[in-house]
Design a protein around this ligand. Structure first.
Ligand code: NAD
Ligand code: MG
Length: 395
């Protein structure tokens, strides 16, 4: 029996995780669920999965959740709140598997706690890894935690690695890896229209249904930039060994290029339950609920080179990972701030990349010795970005 904590259970990955878990009631039991604002959905999830703990971010939401649980006749759920509640459930001795599915920097501390406690960490929250990089990977190594990537590209790479492969190590027979990118909603939009794209157009991803932040990241291609950094850390590769291939069908989820010239790819429908089920069941295979892949329906697979003029965020991510130290944390914080402003209708779509470039230009990257260095870089960048965003505001 695996005992599961889902950090961010009310989000897109969280919901898919619970869908997979519900298919395996004899092998999986849900111990803890957490949410930010969607208390209604959290209450429904508690009624369906009967966890021991539920965590809300805002302590004021404890009482409304308690009432919703009572109304549903759900008893015996201990309700915790705040950052300490998140870290507590990620560290529980009765939890062995933690799904890290909070979006953004808010997921760093509980995800790191799970890594330090030697859990099986199912990592969707790429921002946490990008920010804390070597510190996070050291925590995994030190505690002996199992790290399984949920991001579909990294999960695909993991699946194409030798059977004995473990995340954080370098597979010597690998020449490079190729991350596929759908290209998002603006792959073919005329360049001069990008500045006028609305949040609704940006979140309308052609192949995947995801949270709003990652959907905007997919439209700017910063999602792929964060994924390049994530891949360097997970697979111990240099940035030159990680390439990006635009593949609009999203059927091949990524590829490993071996020294003998063999290229291994993992394919499947674009359904996050596939990587989630892989990571939950690993090393076994379990049912995910995803539709079988119908290649005749797909018809053809295309591969296109990425246009960095259209997608300036990708070179910025390469710049940050090459600079090292706090640069990826600066990149991430600037992006989170800019995306939030764009989603609020305060800046143009094209100002997202400009904000990130500004922060990387004016804030010097420094070495990371401790978690405080990462948190300082995050804070400083948010301040610098907010000043820039005020000037860039169209509202
Ligand atoms: P989402 O917005 O749908 O869900 C986010 C979850 O985090 C929600 O449960 C929300 O309550 C919680 N949350 C938000 N802010 C919080 C805060 N300040 N403190 C605590 N909890 C908070 O996002 P998502 O699409 O599920 O993505 C989650 C993570 O998974 C992201 O890091 C994303 O990059 C990654 N990811 C998602 C997909 C996907 O298909 N959705 C694919 C690959 C990777
Ligand atoms: Mg991905």
């Amino acid at each position: 029996m695996k005992r599961l904590c889902v950090l961010g259970s009310t989000g897109s990955i969280g919901v898919n995780t619970l869908d997979v878990a519900a298919r395996h009631p004899d092998e999986l039991c849900v111990v803890a669920l957490t949410a930010n604002r969607n208390i209604e959905r959290l209450a429904e999830q508690c009624a369906a999965h009967r966890p021991t703990y539920a965590v809300v971010v805002d302590p004021e939401q404890r009482q409304p959740l308690r009432e919703k649980l009572e109304a549903r006749g759900v008893r015996g759920v201990e309700i915790l709140a705040g950052a300490s509640g998140l870290e507590h459930v990620a560290s529980l001795p009765e939890v062995d598997t933690v799904m890290a599915a909070i979006v953004g920097a808010a997921g760093l501390l509980p995800t790191l706690a799970a890594a330090q406690k030697g859990k099986r960490v199912l990592l969707a929250n790429k921002e946490a890894l990008v920010m804390s990089g070597p510190l996070f990977m050291a925590a995994i190594r030190l505690s002996g935690a199992e790290l399984l990537p949920i991001d579909s590209e990294h999960n695909a790479i993991f699946q194409c690695m030798p059977a004995s492969y473990r995340a954080g190590t370098r597979a010597r027979e690998v020449r490079k890896i190729m991350l596929t990118a759908s290209g998002g909603p603006f792959l073919k939009a005329p360049l001069e229209t990008l500045a006028h794209m609305t949040p609704e157009q940006a979140v309308a991803h052609p192949n995947w249904v995801m949270g709003r932040k990652i959907s905007v990241d997919s439209a700017t291609m910063m999602n792929k930039g964060l994924e390049v950094i994530e891949a360097c850390l997970l697979f111990d590769l240099s940035p030159d060994e990680v390439t990006v291939v635009v593949h609009p069908q999203s059927v091949i989820h990524s590829m490993v290029d071996y020294v003998d010239g063999s290229v291994l790819a993992q394919m499947g429908n674009p359904d996050m339950r596939i990587p989630i089920a892989h990571a939950m069941g690993w090393p076994d295979r379990v049912e995910s609920g995803a539709e079988p892949l119908d290649l005749f329906k797909v018809g053809r697979l295309e591969f296109v080179e990425l246009d960095t003029q259209r997608f300036p965020c990708l070179p910025l991510a390469y710049q940050a990972v090459r600079a090292g130290g706090t640069a990826p944390a600066i990149l991430n914080a600037a992006n989170e701030m800019a995306v939030a402003s764009f989603l609020d209708g305060r800046i143009r779509f094209t100002a997202i990349a400009e904000t990130i470039r500004h922060c990387l230009d004016v804030l010097p990257a420094s070495a990371v010795g401790s978690l405080d260095d990462v948190l300082d870089a995050d804070r400083t960048t948010r301040h610098t970005a907010s000043l820039y965003l005020e000037k860039a505001s169209t509202a």
